[in-house]
Design a binder for this molecule. Structure first.
Ligand SMILES: Nc1ncnc2c1ncn2[C@@H]1O[C@H](COP(=O)(O)OP(=O)(O)OP(=O)(O)O)[C@@H](O)[C@H]1O
Length: 954
């Protein structure tokens, strides 16, 4: 019979020896912060090395040594990231594989060190690079979460294999480089030869890379691609060859850093695997593009961490500072410069599949099938009950993260911190302040809410990978800096006491408390999904620009969802701590790496909410039944391989269409239709100043040296369709982006109904009456057509008001449904109301986007190439629709369109742009007769002269 987590905790009397009792522990219990590595700069600055302890010089020297290795590792990371788009969280896993190979060859089999070095770095490194290139090519088209999860899978596989082969004990490796044991003095600082050699080898490697960049054709192409990945797509650059070369070099660098560092920190799969996370900050300093700057960043990070070591000496509250410095730098630099790092959103090639929802009664039966066994678990499992309780708490944690990741499309890699804060706050409120148990649980969870709001700040500024890195840095920062403080987990080895409630003293009773909490959380998550907030979150995940253009302040939505998610994660942390009787900073559940594992679990879990939380939580129960010493490693390998495979496939297969159809046929048919009676489209307000519509004055848009728009002024009055035409690249979309608030880097003014909106956000302009469609159609593919269209009205209603974003009053609820129904009817989409937008044809998508604008009741509409992708019949119908809507509602339209027949038919007045300049304006007839316009469209000497003129000006 396995020892239960709690009994083991009591037996050891140490919370730090976290039992491998939950799924997250199983996979993460060896992933607590590798403090010994994080603090190894201090090892480098041995007391014997330091001539004068007050002097910073020894710390700087020591920092340079470690910094060059960070720089080496980060250089490889940046190279592969920029050429393939994959940020390799498993970069350290490559280093680990090489370090173990070197050890096996040199130490175990007695191969001479130069030969072992060549085999493990120059043979294995490139070999791994070739495999990684193939892997990265499969991951490249997948959404960001899968890109991250795939490389986390690598980490788990390498860790699992390393532990199975070499065990968990750190193996000391003798320094193999010449000069070991000898030292020399520089400016009074004693430096050992081996450390100097490490720095020299790392610097020489980066210098060799630099020379390769300068002298070889591949290097030149790679450098160009690192500077601008878009160049890969250009003719003449063999993308695969460049990527392959980048992965070979990046993996070789990783292998070298692993072999160099192994003698300093020992062979330990965890320390080595996560060594590279310290290099993330260097990559950020190098702006993910500049390799020399990345090396400098590595050295800066190394020195800062080492110098922090000096100040932390003897100061207990700063003890975590040195190890936190790389993450502090990572977090702060991302916060400050994050916006400049984020490139324009690149749509993934894979459209997210909409989660299938079976008919209500099928779901009810499935729920009962799951719930009934859970209710009888205490009767059946005996001593293993605590494994099940831990599994339920893990499921709760997954639900809280799922709200962020699955529903709202955010990423959090610091979720364990919320759990830890909740647990600590609960213990203090309950034991120190004497609050009743339940009150302490709720208030304790509330304490995590402001921290959630704090983490939402990077979420407002960043997205995708950069948000993942910022939250990861934040999590490790808090863990290093705050967990050791006595006011957090106390100075006792067992941590904070977490008492059971008086009404559930026994484990069986407490199991039901956790089950009830999970049930309530699942209900909350389901209700949120179906509420206005759920639509907003999913809309934001599918198309942040789309919902902003309808008036939703997504910053507020992001803060809201982080707060709710932090609250639920804190509840999970409290329940887990109570289950174990103690909460300790060394518990893997509260560790930052657990956040990585949770994200991977979520990405792999099949089914829609709330069911996705249950299957991964079963992993928590496995160690209760398989008690062998290798269980954790095998689980690591199985989970890691699944993560790799599922990520490459872009998610789990959804339910086959045939099965869906069969289940759907079983749905009960309700009598009558629940569809609302559509209201007529409201007429826009035209009184007073509102008749002015949109006015653009002296607009200038620059992209670096390129002048995209120059001194453009135009009017788009109410009740009229005004055209903005011009050849490709003339600056039309740039003008729209400025008008609607998506491009803020410009000169000139934008006026709406006479008032200057130049400084206002996109959402605020939408709430002022300016709506738009997009050239690329910004719908949320996982929402139905009705839900998408409804957001056109709801987004503006909710705006920046957090309460209005969460709930809608009955009147607002009804109005939005009626508006959506009217807009759907107007656009002929009523029959598609329940279809996910992802399943629509191009023509239907354009119509749905227009319907969303109509539901919003905007005064002025910017329509960006609405006929692109439509056939002639669809185009004609679309034209009729726009004309009739303008007549009926009095809306003003500014239309970008390449179909000249449509433009001539719809527009009363036209502005013609070419190379960013207004070359003509007038009625359609005047434009058609203009030789200047003809020249611009057909190409002529006049057009060539304009290019030269534009180039001279910029
Ligand atoms: N984010 C950007 N960064 C750099 N250059 C840009 C950016 N967006 C647009 N450009 C450039 O600005 C110029 C104007 O582009 P814009 O998309 O506004 O033209 P357009 O008239 O809408 O073209 P199209 O009809 O092809 O959509 C083009 O040369 C384009 O390459």
């Amino acid at each position: 019979m396995p020892a239960s987590p709690r009994s083991r905790l009591r037996a050891t009397g140490s919370g730090a020896s976290s039992p491998a009792s939950s799924a997250t522990e199983t996979w993460a219990n060896r992933c607590a912060i590798p403090r010994s590595f994080a603090r190894w700069p201090s090892d480098a600055a041995q007391p014997g090395d330091i001539v004068n302890a007050a002097d910073l010089l020894p710390f700087i020297v020591s920092g340079i040594v470690v910094g060059t290795v960070y720089g080496l590792a980060a250089g490889g990371l940046v190279l592969t990231y920029k050429t393939s788009g994959i940020f390799n969280f498993g970069h350290g896993a490559l280093a680990t594989a090489a370090a173990y190979a070197f050890y096996s060859l040199h130490v175990v089999h007695g191969v001479a060190w130069p030969v072992a070095l060549i085999l493990s770095v120059l043979v294995l490194g490139p070999g791994l690079g070739l495999l990684m290139e193939r892997f990265a090519a499969k991951l490249a088209p997948q959404p960001t979460t899968f890109k991250i999860v795939g490389t986390i899978g690598l980490v788990l596989v390498v860790q699992g294999v390393a532990v199975l082969t070499y065990g968990t004990t750190t193996i000391r490796v003798k320094q193999f480089l010449p000069g070991a044991g000898r030292s020399f003095a520089v400016l009074g600082v004693v430096v050992s030869y081996d450390k100097a050699m490490i720095a020299a080898v790392a610097l020489a490697s980066v210098a060799a890379l630099w020379a390769f960049f300068r002298r070889s054709r591949t290097g030149l192409a790679m450098r160009a691609v690192v500077d601008d990945p878009a160049l890969l797509a250009m003719r003449g650059t063999d993308a695969v060859r460049v990527r392959r070369a980048a992965w070979i070099i990046g993996s070789t660098f990783a292998a070298l850093s692993g072999v160099l560092i192994a003698p300093l920190i020992g062979l330990d799969s965890i320390l080595l695997t996560f060594m590279v996370v310290q290099a993330f900050a260097a990559a950020v300093i190098g702006r993910f593009s500049n390799i020399p700057l990345t090396l400098v960043g590595g050295i800066v990070v190394g020195i800062a961490a080492s110098v922090a070591e000096k100040y932390a000496l003897g100061t207990s509250w700063l003890s975590g500072l040195p190890a936190s410095v790389p993450f502090l730098i990572l977090f702060v630099v991302l916060l400050i410069r994050g916006r400049t790092l984020v490139s324009p959103r690149v749509r993934t090639h894979v459209r997210p599949s909409s989660p299938y929802r079976a008919p209500g009664w099928v779901r009810a039966i499935a729920g009962a099938v799951v719930l009934v066994p859970l209710l009888v678990v205490p009767e059946l499992v005996g001593d293993r009950l605590s494994f099940f309780t831990t599994g339920l708490a893990t499921a709760l944690m997954l639900l809280s993260l799922g709200l962020l990741v699955r529903t709202s499309g955010q990423v959090s890699l610091c979720h364990s911190v919320f759990a830890a804060i909740g647990a600590v706050a609960f213990s203090q409120l309950h034991l120190d302040l004497g609050l009743p148990w339940l009150v302490a649980v709720l208030l304790g969870a509330l304490v995590a809410v402001p921290i959630g709001a704090l983490v939402a700040i990077p979420a407002i500024r960043l997205s995708g990978l950069f948000l993942a890195l910022a939250t990861f840095g934040f999590g490790i920062l808090v863990q290093q800096l705050l967990y050791p403080q006595t006011w957090m987990f106390t100075s006792f080895a067992q941590g904070r006491e977490m008492p059971h409630p008086s009404f559930a003293e026994e484990p069986e009773q407490f199991y039901y408390v956790v089950l009830a909490a999970l049930f309530l959380t699942a209900l909350t998550v389901v209700l949120i999904e179906r509420s206005r907030l759920g639509r907003m979150l999913r809309g934001m995940a599918g198309s942040p620009e789309g919902v902003s253009a309808m008036g939703l302040s997504t910053s507020v939505t992001r803060v809201t969802v982080f707060c709710v998610s932090a609250f639920l994660a804190a509840i999970a942390g409290i329940l887990l701590g109570v289950e174990r009787n103690f909460a300790t900073g060394g518990d893997a559940f509260f560790g930052s790496y657990n956040s990585l594992i949770l994200l991977a679990m979520l990405a792999l879990a099949p089914f829609a909410e709330p069911w996705y939380a249950l299957l991964p939580a079963i992993g928590a129960v496995v160690p209760g039944y398989f008690t062998g010493a290798d269980t954790t490693s095998w689980l690591n390998i199985i989970f890691g391989v699944s993560a790799v495979l599922v990520s490459m496939a872009g998610g789990n297969p959804t339910m086959p269409t045939r099965w869906r159809a069969r289940l759907d046929r079983l749905a009960w048919r309700r009598g009558g239709s629940s569809r609302p009676a559509p209201a007529a489209l409201p007429r826009v307000r035209e009184e007073g100043d509102r008749a002015a519509g949109l006015e653009v004055r002296e607009l200038t848009v620059r992209y670096g040296g390129l002048m995209a728009v120059h001194g453009l002024s135009l009017d788009a009055p109410m009740g009229k369709i005004t055209g903005l035409i011009g050849p490709n690249g003339a600056g039309k979309t740039s003008t729209f982006d400025v008008c609607s608030g998506f491009n803020r880097r410009h000169g000139g003014r934008v006026l709406l109904h006479g008032s200057d909106v130049t400084g206002r956000s996109a959402a605020a302009r939408a709430r002022n009456g300016l709506g738009r469609t997009f050239q690329s159609v910004e719908l949320c593919d996982t929402l139905t057509v009705l839900e998408n269209v409804r957001l056109g009205h709801e987004a503006g209603q909710a705006g920046a008001n957090p309460l209005a974003q969460i709930v809608a009053g009955p009147v607002a609820w009804r109005t939005s449904r009626q508006r959506a129904a009217a807009a759907l009817e107007r656009c002929g989409l009523t029959h598609l109301a329940g279809t996910p937008a992802g399943e629509l044809s191009t023509g239907q998508r354009r119509l749905a986007e227009l319907a969303r604008c109509l539901a919003g009741g905007f005064d002025v509409l910017l329509l960006d190439e609405p006929s692109a992708g439509l056939d002639p019949d669809e185009t004609a119908r679309f034209g009729d629709l726009v004309l009739s809507v303008v007549q009926e509602t009095g809306v003003g339209v500014l239309l970008i369109e390449h179909d000249m027949a449509l433009v001539m038919r719809l527009c009363g007045y036209l502005y013609v742009l070419d190379f960013g300049e207004l070359i003509f304006e007038g009625t359609p007839a005047a434009v058609a007769a203009s030789p200047v316009v003809q020249a611009a469209y057909l190409g002529s000497d006049v057009a060539v002269e304009r290019v030269d003129e534009n180039t001279r000006r910029s």
